[in-house]
Design a protein around this ligand. Structure first.
Ligand code: C5P
Length: 226
């Protein structure tokens, strides 16, 4: 029997990372943040100064890159052995990450790496295309969503907590832009098909969302008969 996959997809700022980490801990599954992989490649291209229209160079770079996601207490991200966990979260990287994410050959390289995790582990994997492209046969597919206002507010508070002052309206605009890009890109857009459980987190606490997912998991496990 194939290892269990909890696929968590949804737009930026819906709370995927926070929720997915807790769910993974509770189930004792491996947590995999696929956004971190796209971010790591984006950062590398920026450091190497590869222009975004040089597709072949970007693909070549992706082929020759080692990305490691450490599922320990701090969830470190290593890019060719170097810890880039903080650097990949910078606004510059967020803004540019759609370039590599829109190249099919690069996605295929990352899909391969992402699928490898299931060979050894039960996983909770978050991203935009986990239930649609990476694991269409995932045993549990969750679509996490929240209103644009709520997602902007959460991001605002998160940045404020980090000592970064930024205008709420600016964040809202940025989120709307990212939604557009995620939903409308030609390759692996963010889509919510019927096989997803849709959870609107706008008025829910983190604990409530986690509890819903755990309940759904238990139901699925029962159906599967183990
Ligand atoms: O989720 P996060 O904001 O870290 O994602 C970073 C970038 O990677 C975004 O541009 C997002 O669209 C892209 N991404 C993707 N497919 C995934 C995960 C993230 O295209 N499975």
């Amino acid at each position: 029997m194939k290892n269990f996959v909890v696929a968590i997809d949804g737009p930026a700022g819906a709370g995927k990372s926070t929720v997915a980490k807790i769910v993974a801990k509770k189930l004792k599954f491996l947590y995999v943040d696929t956004g971190a992989m796209y971010r790591a490649l984006t950062l590398k291209a920026m450091k190497l100064g590869i222009p975004w229209n040089e597709k072949e160079k970007l693909i070549e770079m992706a082929k020759n890159t080692k990305i490691e996601l450490l599922d320990n207490d701090k969830y470190r991200v290593l890019l060719d052995g170097e810890d880039v966990s903080e650097e990949i979260r910078k606004e510059e990287v967020s803004k540019n990450s759609d370039y590599v994410a829109s190249i099919l050959e690069i996605r295929q390289i990352l899909w391969g790496k992402q699928r490898d995790f299931r060979e050894k582990y039960n996983i909770v994997m978050e991203g935009r295309d986990i239930g649609s492209k990476v694991f269409p046969d995932a045993q549990l597919k969750i679509f996490l969503d929240a209103s644009v206002e709520e997602r902007a507010k959460r991001r605002y508070l998160q940045l404020k907590g980090m000592g970064i002052e930024i205008n709420l309206e600016e964040i809202k605009k940025e989120i709307i832009k990212r939604d557009e890009r995620d939903k409308n890109r030609e390759i692996a857009p963010l889509i919510k098909s019927d096989d997803y459980y849709y959870i609107d987190t706008t008025n829910l606490t983190i604990e409530e969302v986690v509890e819903k997912i755990i309940k759904l998991y238990e139901k699925k496990k029962e159906e599967r008969g183990n």
